[in-house]
Write a protein that binds this ligand. Structure first.
Ligand code: CP3
Length: 345
């Protein structure tokens, strides 16, 4: 796959250093945008929006129209895959996701197989297909999935947790069952992302939001190794497919992560220092992210200054400008213009 000249994001992923880096934002389609809230209300609720291809494509396109970002990320959620594997899933307004809990080998046996997910996920592939047709030619389409560890933390606890305690407990008391769950998720994720690519996704991103709570050998076994397997399998099926990995809050373990997993780009959270990351992580290739999402709420000169500082810190290598985590519902949509002006102006 040769990086199209028009697509600045693909050029960064192919290793090109650009004077103005391509830019998009995690959760760029979200509650901070009035047009998103209107479309979600029309869909009824968040999951109905995810499974409605026309409306999911519409909310994916909204931030592209408003801001002209260099990439669009499919509108969906990392928890649709466990749902496709047979877990119950619902969202409690103002609180977040809830799932049936998986606590033992019997719970694991009750799940479906990796090849049984596509009936549930068919609408997601349809959304990708619509986007591949409708996006401007210079905009790159990113597909995504959660990484096995992060998805497992939600399946085991049945909800988001601060310390991922229930997942650590299962890992430490019944490692065989835990490892088998990670294996199933690894294989299902390959099938899920592969279908997204067949439908038109040009890049895929693997979100390991809770990678930071895995330490030592556990990090190797349950963050690094699954990412490596997923990336190798995807690249075998889709030669040249660029992959972005986001081992959030991996700290020192960001060093060498791209080399060890085969990722083309590593996404950085905002706890790492840009100068350090340029020296230790960007040496291996493209990096993405790092801007504190809070600045999108507070704005002003601090936002413009931090935007330029991060751009300049990564200016000697391939870089995709982004936040260190998702943009929050209380962000001011005008601040995105402040950031873009500082970045490009
Ligand atoms: O980035 C994008 O714009 C693409 C769409 C996307 C969503 N979720 C939509 C969403 C992506 C890439 C995700 C990934 C995701 N989902 C992650 C990994 C990234 C991260 O944030 O760490 C995780 C952990 C989830 C699970 C999830 N989904 C949680 C914990 C929540 C509740 C928290 C919250 O922000 O409300 C969601 C809901 C969710 N996913 C929303 C959106 C736009 C908000 C739901 C709403 O509109 O009410």
């Amino acid at each position: 796959m040769t990086a199209s000249k028009d697509k600045t994001l693909l050029r960064a992923l192919a290793g090109e250093t650009q004077a103005v880096p391509p830019v998009w934002l995690m959760r760029q389609a979200g509650r901070y945008l009035p047009e998103y809230r209107a479309t979600r209300a029309k869909a009824g609720d968040f999951l109905s929006l995810c499974y409605n291809p026309e409306l999911a494509a519409e909310v994916t396109l909204q931030p592209i129209r408003r801001y002209g970002f260099d990439a669009a990320i499919l509108f969906a959620d990392i928890l649709l895959l466990p749902q496709a594997l047979g877990a119950d899933l619902w969202f409690v307004t103002g609180e977040g996701p809830r799932l049936s809990t998986l606590t033992d080998a019997a719970g694991l046996r009750a799940l479906k197989g990796r090849d049984d997910i596509h009936e549930t996920l068919a609408p997601i592939y349809e959304t990708v297909g619509i986007l591949a047709r409708e996006l401007p030619r210079e905009t790159t389409l990113i597909g995504f999935a959660g990484a096995p560890w992060t998805v497992a933390t939600y399946m085991i606890a049945g909800r988001g947790t601060k310390d991922q305690g229930p997942a650590h407990a299962l890992k430490d008391t019944d490692r065989a069952t835990f490892a088998a769950l990670i294996d199933l998720l690894t294989e299902a994720t390959v099938e899920y992302l592969s279908k997204q690519v067949e439908a038109g996704a040009e890049v895929v991103k693997l979100f390991d939001s809770w990678a930071g709570s895995l330490k030592g050998q556990d990090f190797d076994d349950f963050c690094l190794e699954p990412a490596k397997r997923i990336i190798a399998a995807l690249k075998a099926r889709h030669p040249g497919l660029p992959v972005i990995a986001f081992p959030r809050e991996a700290g020192e373990r960001y060093v060498g992560f791209a080399r060890a997993t085969g990722a083309d780009c590593v996404a950085l959270d905002n706890s790492v220092e840009a100068g350090w990351a340029a020296e230790k992580v960007q040496v291996d290739g493209c990096v993405q992210g790092n801007l504190d999402p809070k600045l999108m709420v507070t704005g002003g000169e601090a936002l413009a200054r931090e935007t330029r500082r991060i751009r300049d810190a990564f200016s000697k290598g391939p870089h995709i400008f982004n936040l260190g985590h998702g943009i929050t519902p209380d962000a001011d949509p005008e601040n995105v213009h402040v950031m873009l002006q500082a970045l490009r102006g």
